[in-house]
Every structure is written in C-alpha cells, then in structure tokens.
Design a protein around this ligand. Structure first.
Ligand code: FRU
Length: 483
C-alpha cells in the first residue's frame, strides 16, 4: 500500500514514486503552499529532471499534482533541456506582462540545462508562467532570459526588492564559488548588480543560493539579510552541506558582517541540502520558512527505498540570535507540526520503551554528574542509533555507524555539533520518522538531520556515562499526513 512501504516517512514529504532532489519554486499563493521539486518522471535515480508538484494548506499534508514543468526535446536538434532548480514568485502586478490585463499569476524562474547524449552543453535561466494557481505552466517563448554563455550557471532564486520596486535574482557560478545578483523590472530583462565570493567554504561547488531576510528572535520586527549557499559539509568535502553568511543587502551588493568568521554552517547532519525559503509568505505571519532535501549526493542514489527515493526535511522557521560571536541562525520546526502530535506515551527509564516509527521525543537534561548522556534508538539485534551529548567535548552527536545494514560505504557516520548547557540544562527535540531523524538542540541553535535504514522495531532507552543524568523525557506518537 502506498505510503506504508518500508522506510516511508509518515510526516515528511516524499514523492509517491521515483526520484527527487532539491525543493524548487517554494511559494505561498492564494492560500496554498506550493512545493515544486527536482523530479525524475521516469525513474528512481537522478535523470530527466523536471519540476514535480504538490500543494498544502499547512506545510504538512501534501496533495500530489501532475508534473508542472517537464524536460523537453529542442526543436530540430539532438539536444534536450532539463528543468533544473529555481524559484517562483507571485507577479500580482503583472510586471512581466504574461497575464491578462489587471490580473497576475505565478512566474517560475529555473535553470534551463541543455544537454545532448549525456553531455552538458549550457546552463541559462528561463521563465514559465501560470494563471491557474500553478496547475499548468507555459514556458516563455523567448527563453532563456539570462545567458552568460557558461556551462555551469544555475539555481536562480528571485525575490521582490520593495524599496526599489524591482526583482532581484541570486544565482551561482558553481565552480567559481560565486553568487551573482541581477535586477529586473519585468522578470525578462536582467542586469548584473554585483558578484559575491569566493568566501567561507570553497571545498565544493556552490549551488542553490538564497538571499533572504531573517527575523531577529529577540524582536521579529527587526530583520537582517542572510545568504544561504549549498556546498560542502562541515565534516568534509566528501559530503554536501550548507553554509551561510549574515550581513546587509543594499539593493545592489551583499556585504557580510565580519568576513573573518566564515564559514558558518546551517546544519551538521548529513541529510540536509539545497534548502531554500518560501516566497510570498504574508508579512503578518512574520516568519521565514525553509525547506531542504533530506539526502546527500555522496550516497543518495543508493538509499534502499522504493518505489520513491528521497524526501524533504521538516519545514523550519528561521530566526537570528545575536550572540557575542555575531548573528547565528536558529531553526525551529514550523509551529503547525504540533498539530500532528498524537497520544503522549509514558516513558520509563528503567525499561525499554517501544517507540512508534513516527514519533516526537523531547529530552531535557536537568543536571547530574554524567560526562555523557542521551538516548539510544535500538532497531534490531546489534543495531542502534545513538543521540546524545559529550560534555567533555561540548558536542551534541548523532551516531549512525550501527544504524542498519551498510548499503554504501559513505553512509555510516557520526555527526557532531558544538552546543552548551544553559543553566545546567540541555534540550533535544527529536523527530523520528521511519528513515529520517531530525534533532533540534536548545530550541534550534544546532540541527542534525540524518537518515537511518534499520531492520527491526524501534525501542528507546536513555543512557549516561561517568555519572548520573537527570532527564525529563516525553514521547508522542505522530500522526501520518498520508492517511
Ligand atoms: C543541487 C543541484 C542543483 C541543480 C539540481 C539538478 O542538488 O545540483 O545545482 O539545479 O541539483 O537536479
């Protein structure tokens, strides 16, 4: 039965069948959140990239819709164009002229990836528009709209820059570790504003940029500019991960605060990439929502799932915290998620507690002499995933080296992120969803998202080392969004 397959996440988005990678065109429009996504309509590995499509009213329950923009063969030639990653905007003022008089619609801006017999020829930026709430798209007849004659030039993220009433596109030249900003009045004619980078992490190509405003957690009416870049992982360039810069954007140029503090990383889990924000969120909501791909290019095409492969992370609200070291991003699961909490389950530390495969766990360390403490998710004989805190190192960790059969040598790993006790306490908010584990530390100061592919049932235990740990543990079963 669909959505009851082994490893199928119950409250994370995954396509019904076939391969997905990056979320694309995230937009809130006329009461619906749209999730377009890199999709292979023909198979369960990367290829024939097109934009898959789903809509939701609450960011959790998704309705699948037909493929929105599909790979196509180019007239008269042997080459074809794939629809690579990009964004979507609400063109309510009809700045593009794509819509009938006095109406507007959604315009998507994507990378047109031209290839012939497996050879990559050119990448440029193109647009398509929809007058029917994203149900169907028409590709603009004069595409591409931005071509600087490069093989690698991609992932346009467009936003409305209100002070100058213009559109601003952020796009990357991946192998040069550069982001560029372009401006347009009509989404068709683009002029270069400035180039940013290289800076921070340049161990791997730059992809999927996003320039966005993030509210200060202390006063959400105050916002600062943040530039997100998908590139390499804090634990080494073998894996992909995400870095970010905090600074100012003046309509032309992005200037990072304190350039010597970079790189800064958004996540320390291995399964978080290509995350971008939703556009057109009503300002009354006052929030910035981010969604990422819960997989890693290092092993992603080998994960043992079928008939689909890959899922999205939980949607997260982003905030900035002003710390002595500078502004740092906080990520919190969207508040809607609380609505999926089912019955709370009693947890007895003295015994083993059976855990539903779709659960939320809150673990609060309240004190004790332990040098290490946390939880273990037992999932079969000799199988466990260990989540905890190492006081000596000051690090939260997720250890999936023994989480299940090894299907790819790059998969087993330990993720570590620095974290501090606050008034002697540490809070771990853990979302377990069959094959995805997301750990939010101290209300979003650190996040670790990791996939696991265990064989057996899930049993939860607490542990401590070098002394005792006084912990409050709460468990909830999470409702499926697919039933
Ligand atoms: C990132 C990425 C993007 C590209 C897309 C292709 O994961 O490589 O740069 O547009 O995937 O599927």
């Amino acid at each position: 039965v669909r959505y009851e397959e082994k490893y199928r996440p119950q409250y994370h988005f995954s396509p019904d069948h076939h391969w997905t990678n990056d979320p694309n065109g995230l937009i809130y429009y006329k009461g619906e959140y749209h999730l377009f996504y890199q999709y292979n309509p023909q198979g369960n590995i990367w290829g024939h990239m097109s934009w898959g499509h789903a809509v939701s009213k609450d960011l959790l329950h998704w309705q699948h819709l037909p493929v929105a923009i599909e790979e196509y063969a180019n007239a008269g030639g042997s080459d074809s164009t794939m629809i690579f990653s990009g964004s979507a905007v609400a063109d309510d003022q009809n700045t593009s002229g794509f819509f009938p008089k006095d109406s507007g619609g959604i315009v998507s801006i994507y990378t047109s990836h031209v290839h012939s017999r497996g050879q990559q020829l050119r990448q440029h930026q193109s647009v398509a528009f929809s007058s029917d709430r994203g149900r169907t798209f028409t590709r603009y007849e004069h595409n591409p709209v931005l071509d600087i004659k490069l093989k690698d030039f991609r992932d346009p993220k467009v936003m409305w820059y209100a002070p100058e009433k213009k559109w601003v596109m952020t796009v990357v030249i991946p192998d040069k570790f550069k982001a560029q900003f372009y401006a347009s009045k009509n989404l068709k004619d683009w002029t270069l504003l400035s180039t940013f980078g290289p800076l921070g992490d340049t161990a791997k190509i730059w992809e999927c940029p996003d320039l966005l405003q993030v509210p200060d957690v202390a006063d959400p009416s105050k916002k600062k500019w943040v530039l997100l870049i998908s590139n390499s992982h804090p634990q080494g360039p073998k894996y992909v991960g995400m870095q970010y810069f905090v600074g100012n954007f003046d309509g032309k140029k992005f200037t990072p605060d304190n350039p010597s503090q970079y790189p800064l990383y958004l996540e320390y889990g291995k399964d978080f990439y290509a995350a971008v924000s939703f556009s057109n969120i009503p300002t009354t909501y006052g929030r910035t929502i981010l969604l990422g791909w819960a997989n890693n290019w290092a092993y992603g095409q080998h994960i043992p799932t079928s008939p689909w492969r890959s899922a999205m992370t939980l949607p997260r609200e982003l905030y900035l915290a002003n710390t002595p070291k500078g502004y740092r991003i906080l990520q919190r699961p969207v508040r809607e998620l609380a609505s999926l909490r089912g019955d709370s389950i009693a947890f007895d530390p003295a015994t083993e507690t059976a855990l539903d495969k779709a659960s939320e766990i809150e673990y609060i360390f309240n004190g004790g002499s332990a040098t290490g403490f946390g939880l273990t998710l037992h999932t079969g004989s000799n199988e466990e995933t260990r989540i905890g805190y190492d006081k000596t190192k000051g690090e939260v960790f997720v250890d999936r080296t023994h989480s299940g059969p090894v299907f790819d040598p790059g998969f087993p790993s330990v993720e570590r992120a620095s974290a501090r006790l606050k008034d002697g306490k540490l809070k771990l908010q853990i979302y377990v969803d069959h094959s995805i584990v997301e750990v939010f530390v101290n209300d979003g100061e650190q996040v670790i998202t990791d996939q696991i592919f265990p064989t057996g049932d899930y049993v939860l235990k607490t542990w401590s080392e070098g002394g005792d740990a006084i912990a409050d543990v709460k468990l909830w079963k999470m409702r499926s969004v697919w039933k």
